[in-house]
Write a protein that binds this ligand. Structure first.
Ligand SMILES: Nc1ncnc2c1ncn2[C@@H]1O[C@H](COP(=O)(O)OP(=O)(O)OP(=O)(O)O)[C@@H](O)[C@H]1O
Length: 447
C-alpha cells in the first residue's frame, strides 16, 4: 500500500527505547513518524498536525493514557489508535478498545507485528476516508459520455487530452448538460484516478460553512465546532476537487481559494498552522463569469486561475444525433430498475423526442424517460407516455385557488421568481428560504 500520503503516524510512549525502535521500524516502511513521550506533547502536536494512526502506551508516567485516548477521540476522531500494553495490563487495553481504540499490541512485539498492525490500520483509515468521500456523492457510475455530435465530440477529445495534465479546467454549459458527469470523467481519465474526486456544491453553503467545509476547522473555533475536522481539500489531497456551480462561490472567500490554488497552502478555521495539499481543481457553472467579473461579483484573478482550459458543453437541443441514443440508454436502465415492460419507442415518440427543445437538457431527458418507463404499461412507449406536451416550467399561471397541486404551484412560483431575480441569493431571499433549499428545489424541479 502507498505509505506516504496516508501514513502519518504518531508514537506516544514514555520509554525512549521503545520510541526509537518503533520509529526506525516504521520509518523504514516509508511512513512519516512523530514520536513524543508525554500526553501534553501529544496533545500539542495533535493541534498542529494531522495523523492517520497513533501507537499509544497507556502507562505514560504520571499521565493516564485512557484520558489521552478520550482527548484524541475528540481532537482527531479519524485517527486510528493502537494501544501498546504489557501482558499484565491487557484488561486496561480492552477498556481502551471500548473507549474507541482500534486494536492493541502486547509488548514486547516483533517488528513484523508492528508493521502488520500499521499496514492494517492505515488501510482501514484509507477505506474510511474513501467511504466518506463516496457517501458525499452517492451516484451511479457515470454513463458512457460518447457522442455522435461534432460539437460534443470535440469537447470530449479536448477533455481527454487535458485530463492527463494537471491544468485546472472550467466546464461551462446550461444546467443539466452533464458538467458534473464530465468532471468525474476527467478525474477518471487523469493520473489522479486512484485518489478521490471530491465535489462541493457551492450554492448550498454560506461563506462560513464553505470555509470550514473546504479547509476544515479546529475544535472550538466556532460555536458547535466540538471536534477537529479535516476539510474537503485534505480529502482531495492527491486527487481532484470539483467545485460545482462556482459562480455561487462566496465572494468574501474567493481570496482564500485563490491562494490555495496558487500556493497549494491553506489553514483550517481557527488553526494558524499552514498546511499543504496537492489538489487539481475542476469547476463548473452555467453563469457568465466574465459578466460577473465586470459586475464585481467574481474575482478576475480567480477566474484566470480556474479557466486555464475552458470546455463548453453544447445544450441537448444542439445534439440531435445523441438524443435518441441517450433516450434508449435511459429506457433500458429504468425498465430494468423498475422491472417494467417497455422496450422501445414508437415512431411518433421518437419524433417528439427529437422535436422537443429540452430546456433542462440531459437531466430533463432522463426524468422524462424515467417517468415514461414507469407509466408505460406495454412494450412500446407512445408520445402520451412522455408527457412532453406539458407546459414548460414557469409558464403556467399559478393562480391562488386554481386546480393545481401544491407541488405544481411551488414549481411555477419558484420558476417565476428565479426568472426575475438576478442571482440565486436574491431569489432565495424573495422566496424566504435559504440558498441551499432553493438549490435543491431547482434540481428537483429541473428549473
Ligand atoms: N452522457 C450522459 N449519459 C447519461 N446520463 C447523463 C449524461 N450526462 C449527464 N447525464 C445525467 O444528466 C443529469 C445532469 O447531469 P449533471 O448533473 O452532470 O449536469 P450539470 O450540467 O452539472 O447540471 P447543473 O448545472 O444543474 O449542476 C444527471 O442525472 C446525469 O447523470
Amino acid at each position: 500500500m502507498p505509505h506516504t500520503e496516508s501514513g502519518r503516524i504518531l508514537l506516544v510512549d514514555d520509554e525512549s527505547a521503545i520510541l526509537r525502535t518503533f520509529r526506525y521500524c516504521l520509518e523504514d516502511e516509508g511512513y512519516s513518524v512523530a514520536a513524543v513521550s508525554s500526553a501534553a506533547q501529544a496533545e500539542h502536536l495533535l493541534l498542529r498536525q494531522v495523523f492517520d494512526l497513533c501507537f499509544l502506551d497507556l502507562r505514560l508516567g504520571e499521565d493516564n493514557g485512557l484520558d489521552l485516548l478520550a482527548q484524541m477521540r475528540i481532537q482527531a476522531p479519524w485517527m486510528r489508535v493502537v494501544i501498546i500494553t504489557a501482558h499484565s495490563a491487557v484488561d486496561t487495553a480492552v477498556d481502551a478498545i471500548q473507549a474507541g481504540a482500534a486494536d492493541y499490541l502486547v509488548k514486547p512485539c516483533s517488528p513484523d507485528q508492528l508493521r502488520l498492525a500499521a499496514a492494517k490500520q492505515l488501510e482501514l483509515r484509507q477505506l474510511a476516508a474513501r467511504l466518506e468521500v463516496l457517501e458525499g456523492e452517492v451516484r451511479k457510475p457515470s454513463d458512457d459520455l460518447d457522442s455522435h455530435c461534432p460539437a460534443m465530440m470535440a469537447v470530449l477529445e479536448t477533455a481527454r487530452q487535458v485530463a492527463v495534465t494537471d491544468a485546472n479546467i472550467l466546464i461551462l454549459g446550461e444546467s443539466g448538460t452533464g458538467k458534473g458527469e464530465l468532471a468525474r470523467a476527467i478525474h477518471g481519465w487523469s493520473r489522479r484516478l486512484k485518489k478521490s474526486c471530491v465535489t462541493i456544491n457551492c450554492p448550498s453553503l454560506t461563506a462560513e460553512l464553505m470555509e470550514s467545509e473546504l479547509f476544515g476547522h479546529a475544535r472550538g473555533s466556532f460555536t458547535g465546532a466540538s471536534e477537529n475536522t479535516l476539510g474537503r481539500v485534505n480529502q482531495a489531497d492527491g486527487g481532484t476537487l470539483f467545485l460545482d456551480e462556482i459562480g455561487d462561490f462566496p465572494l468574501t472567500l474567493q481570496p482564500k481559494l485563490l491562494r490555495f490554488i496558487q500556493e497549494k497552502e491553506y489553514e483550517r478555521v481557527g488553526d494558524p498552522v499552514t498546511r499543504r495539499a496537492d489538489v487539481r481543481i475542476l469547476a463548473a457553472t452555467n453563469l457568465n463569469l466574465d459578466e460577473m467579473v465586470r459586475a464585481g461579483k467574481f474575482r478576475e484573478d480567480l477566474l484566470y486561475r480556474l479557466n486555464v482550459i475552458t470546455l463548453k458543453l453544447p445544450p441537448l437541443r444542439e445534439r440531435q444525433d445523441d438524443i435518441l441514443t441517450l433516450a434508449e440508454r435511459f429506457l433500458a436502465r429504468f425498465v430494468c430498475d423498475y422491472a417494467r415492460p417497455a422496450r422501445s419507442f414508437s415512431e411518433e415518440a421518437l419524433r417528439a423526442l427529437l422535436d422537443y427543445n429540452w430546456p433542462g437538457n440531459i437531466r430533463e431527458l432522463r426524468n422524462v424517460i424515467e417517468r415514461a418507463s414507469i407509466v408505460c404499461p406495454q412494450e412500446t412507449v407512445e408520445v402520451s407516455h412522455l408527457g412532453l406536451g406539458a407546459e414548460p416550467a414557469g409558464s403556467g399561471v399559478a393562480r391562488i385557488g386554481a386546480s393545481m397541486s401544491l407541488e405544481d404551484v411551488e414549481k411555477a412560483h419558484i420558476a417565476a421568481v428565479l426568472a426575475s431575480s438576478p442571482t440565486l441569493d436574491l431569489a432565495a431571499k424573495t422566496l424566504g428560504i435559504d440558498a441551499s433549499t432553493l438549490y435543491r428545489k431547482r434540481k428537483q424541479y429541473n428549473l
